[in-house]
Ligand binder design. Structure first.
Ligand code: ZN
Length: 955
């Protein structure tokens, strides 16, 4: 392993009155000498502090040699170039010592350890921020430039990282800049309670943030209470507006844009309140939604629900266009942008309850509003099933209200049909058919319908029953004292039951929507031609719908949007994310909607009115260690061992728990591969070494587990429970080895410690993964081990402090290109087939096209092509390709949509076609069609055949 022989920092300086700036360089380092001590060879450390070196920063490059005691042959290289405001300088310590012999001892004795290089400005010289390397190129960049205008980089490291001390009297200058080997940064916590303007909006008992007060108040009080929320926000906007004049010129128009957007959002919230004031059905639905939310909170947490200002504001923002199909804001996606763990789910659960009630109360007969009202989508199964459990409680509360189990004036007015929830996941997690559910009772390898284990109301274990394979699966709470025990719970987890009972809230993975092409039974979910179609789509974790998955989703979305618009109104789409850039481009490509990002930004990144940096809660602490001079594996095990041992020996019993379980994050399964052995062998040995050196008891690693896609869903759920065991518990985990599985949906309050092995591929992933620790009152500690041999890792190490100060700005924009040519090859035809099946009468089960069908299909092609032009004007071939597909469809006159016999069917599985092709057989004319959006390339099995040689083996 080669050790680096240089380390330095770059910085900027200005001299007095245009004169050349000058600084003083203060160096310190340690060297080790091998000496004989009582017949044994030992190493003794010598501390070196050479005399301060005065350096003028004239333009050019030169060396300043120096010595320290007997050590000679060291130099500092100084390079300076002028820039607009002064000089840019790089100061590098160079170790030219060459060992006399080629052995370990000689090499160690020529090495400088614990090197520090500090630069102090001479009188009259100021160390100023380095010029930004980032030129704003679009509105999004300008917006960030305004929000983060106070974040400055005073130094960047080379080989090492850099740190600086700010001048408290002059925030534009640093008192010193220096090298740093373990750089640190703090990402501040965000308070979901919002700006102080929201503090006074409760008047005595009349608290618009209290769900139960909202549920029970008379209309005039309710409206007045909600208006106190909008008035508070208006006050905040006015305060910001007053500060615009203090900004420097290029930011003024950017800030004015932000304020305009905030006023627009305020206007929509106010219109939402007016809608509640003018519509009895809407106001009643709003009260009932609050009652349902308060009820489920009482069940799960045994405490009243108090909305956070941003949750209620988002609810008010979106409710009118969610209820009214003709509202112009149906063309707007409302995107909730909030750091992880802030309570996004509650905000849209409230809206979902509102929509569910409003459909019943606004229809001429309440049951006309039955059927699927809301579709909620996730990308990962783990998160889907977790959120299903939360949403099930809300739906059970709605259903208890409908049945009159919770007293309201609306008993008997909400229809005969249940409010219900369905989990649409499949793929080995839930049963596709009732038969499969029946088989799962005796065969544990089959997916089980038992996704909700405990009663949302009383927490007793639920009973699942299914007498015959043809019966639907019934869920019941058998606790006779529970208000939900008189009837079965309105919960469906078998696909076949979902299609039959059309749950009010359908929760599914985004992949599952590929089924609309293949499976005619899905039509019942969309109620084409029925009294009410699904009207609200909730897309969680929007940033995950990017890349290939996003591109495929965008294609299928164009079919789904047409299908759900059959009754003449588009569905409303809302979503959420914690990490996104250029959201409007992604939303346009995916959903063909404009974007309203909520909350809109203010003038600073730390206050948007609804989100403010928390000055009381500690933030998350980030440290980094570079692998320079050591192997990546060695560094990882040394850091892990040190952290693990310190949790035992360095922390008191009352502090230990938060840092007991080390979450080790890896960027891929491949990198995680050797880590289990590393933890069991190397880390174990190093812990003993540290413990012996410090005279401590060594920590024993008893439980090291893996949280990755290689582990089954059931095991993951078990592990999430195990992770809650505190330090000292017999089954407390010592180490969890995790991949990006951990980044979404793992919410364990006690976790506080993480090692990140290598910079993740995207900043969104880094933020999401590291946000898993320090989620409650425990300050999280994240230690990144960054590989010096990888340029990206190294760059992140050298500028560690800088980019953490603007971490949300560093999120990369993602690309979604649903109409790109390779995406069209995969699945453009699937869009055509989906809309023909679901929208043209009689075509659901038969692909035989008559003249009327052909004309209708041509109209749909025009609609899809128009969408493609809006999304991506450069992909001009969409219409021609779809027309050609339709012509081929007509020529082939297939008798079925999808079968194993591709001769007579229109479509075949992409996997099957790939297998045929791999075996050298003809694929046939049926169009290969993906069965999921995740597998962009179909996979096929292969077999290695040995010894296939010709008759003459020598040739
Ligand atoms: Zn119960």
């Amino acid at each position: 392993m080669r050790r680096p022989s240089t380390a330095g920092v770059s910085f900027a300086a200005v001299g007095p009155d245009g004169a050349c700036p000058s600084v003083t360089v203060q160096l310190a380092f340690g060297m080790y000498r091998e000496i004989d001590h009582e017949g044994k060879s030992v190493w003794r450390r010598e501390q070196h502090v050479p005399d301060p070196i005065p350096v003028g920063l004239e333009s050019g490059s030169r060396d300043v040699s120096f010595s320290s005691g007997e050590v000679t042959g060291l130099r500092v290289n100084v390079r300076s170039v002028p820039f607009a405001d002064g000089m840019l300088a790089t100061m590098t310590l160079v170790n030219d010592l060459t060992p006399e012999e080629r052995n370990r001892s000689a090499a160690e004795q020529s090495t400088l350890f614990q090197v520090t290089l500090e630069i102090l400005p001479d009188t009259g010289t100021r160390l100023i921020a380095r010029p930004s390397r980032r030129a704003p190129v679009d509105d999004d960049d300008w917006s960030s430039a305004l929000l983060y205008r106070e974040a400055r980089e005073f130094a960047a490291g080379h080989t090492c990282s850099a740190d600086w001390t700010l001048n408290p009297d002059d925030l534009e200058a640093a008192l010193a800049v220096r090298t740093a080997w373990i750089p640190e940064a703090t990402v501040e916590a965000v308070s979901p309670d919002g700006d102080e303007v929201f503090q006074g909006i409760a008047q005595d008992a009349e608290d618009p943030l209290s769900a139960s007060w909202l549920a029970g108040s008379a209309t005039p009080d309710l409206i007045a209470g909600l208006q106190r929320l909008t008035r508070a926000y208006a006050r905040w906007i006015t305060l910001q507006e007053g500060k615009i004049s203090e900004l420097s010129a290029p930011f003024v128009s950017v800030a004015e844009g932000h304020i305009r957007e905030a006023r627009r959002v305020l206007g929509r919230m106010a219109a939402g309140i007016d809608f509640l004031a003018s519509s009895e059905a809407a106001c009643a639905s709003f009260r009932l939604a609050n009652l349902a939310m308060a009820t489920q909170r009482e069940w799960s947490e045994h405490e009243p629900l108090r909305w956070r200002p941003f949750q209620l504001a988002f609810f008010l923002l979106a409710l009118e266009s969610a209820a009214d199909g003709t509202h112009p804001d149906r063309a707007v996606m409302d995107l909730l942008w909030f750091p992880t763990g802030g309570g996004k789910t509650e905000a849209y659960l409230g809206l979902i309850a509102f929509v569910a009630f409003h459909r019943r109360l606004s229809a001429s007969s309440p049951d006309d509003g039955a059927g699927v009202a809301v579709i909620m989508r996730y990308t990962l199964r783990l998160l889907t099933t977790q959120q299903f459990i939360r949403a099930a409680a809300m739906i059970c509360a709605c259903e208890a209200i409908r049945r009159g189990k919770i007293a309201t004036p609306y008993a008997g007015k909400l229809g005969q049909e249940q409010f219900s929830i369905g989990l649409w996941v499949g793929e080995g997690a839930t049963p596709n058919s009732r038969q499969m559910a029946f088989d799962s009772v005796t065969d544990s390898s089959k997916p089980t319908p038992k996704q909700l284990l405990h009663c949302p109301c009383c927490s007793e274990r639920l009973a699942y029953t299914q007498a015959q394979p043809i019966d639907s699966v019934m869920v019941r709470c058998e606790n006779s004292g529970c208000i939900l025990s008189d009837q079965t719970l309105p919960v469906w987890t078998v696909d076949e039951d979902l299609y039959a009972f059309r749950p009010t809230l359908l929760i599914g993975t985004i992949d599952k929507f590929a089924q609309i092409v293949r499976n005619a039974a899905t039509a019942s979910l969309f109620a084409v031609g029925g009294p009410a179609q699904p009207q609200l789509i909730v897309q969680d974790e929007l940033h995950l719908i990017s890349g290939p998955l996003g591109t495929m989703s965008g294609l299928y979305e164009s079919a789904l949007d047409l299908i759900l618009s059959a009754n003449g109104t588009k569905p409303k789409i809302i979503g959420s994310t914690a990490t996104i850039r250029r959201a409007s481009e992604q939303v346009l490509a995916l959903f063909d909607r404009t974007t309203c990002q909520f909350p809109p930004p203010g003038l600073n990144a730390d206050n948007s009115g609804f989100t403010v940096v928390d000055r009381i809660l500690p933030g998350r602490r980030y440290l980094a260690v570079s692998t320079a001079g050591r192997s990546a594996k060695f560094t990882l095990q040394a850091v892990s061992a040190s952290l693990l041992q310190t949790a035992l020996a360095g922390l008191g019993e009352n502090q230990r728990d938060a840092y007991w379980t080390l979450v080790a994050y890896f960027n891929s399964l491949r990198e995680l591969g050797g880590a289990l052995v590393l933890m069991q062998d190397d880390v174990h040995d190093t812990i003993r070494l540290f413990a012996n050196a410090c005279g401590e008891a060594a920590r024993a690693l008893r439980s090291v587990q893996e949280l990755t896609s290689r582990v089954s869903q059931a095991e993951i759920r078990q592990m999430l429970e195990t992770l809650k065991n505190p330090a000292g518990h017999d089954e407390a985990l010592d180490v969890v080895l995790a991949t990006n599985m951990v980044s979404v949906g793992v919410d364990i309050a006690r976790l506080g410690l993480m090692v990140v092995n290598g910079q993740p591929k995207t900043m969104a992933e880094y933020i999401q993964a590291t946000s898993r620790v320090g989620r409650s009152r425990v300050p999280g500690l994240v230690v990144a081990v960054l590989n010096n041999a990888k340029p990206r890792d190294r760059s992140h190490f050298e500028t560690f402090r800088t980019w953490h100060s603007t971490i949300y700005r560093e999120v990369e924009a993602t690309s979604v290109t649903p109409f790109a040519s390779r995406a069209r090859d995969r699945a453009l035809h699937a869009v055509l087939v989906a809309v023909v099946r679901h929208l043209i009468p009689q075509r659901l089960r038969s692909p035989v096209l008559d003249d009327n069908s052909i004309q209708a299909a041509e109209r749909m092609i025009a609609q899809i092509a128009a969408r493609a032009r809006r999304v991506d004007p450069f992909e001009a071939d969409v219409e021609a390709e779809l027309k050609a597909r339709l012509q081929r469809w007509i020529r082939r006159s297939p008798q079925q949509y999808w079968s194993k016999y591709p001769r007579t069917s229109l479509l075949q599985a992409a996997e099957l076609a790939a297998a045929m092709r791999a075996a050298g057989r003809a694929v046939g004319q049926a169009w290969p069609t993906p069965n999921t959006m995740r597998g962009v390339e179909p996979a096929t099995n292969y077999r290695l055949v040995e010894g296939l040689r010709g008759p003459d083996a020598t040739q």
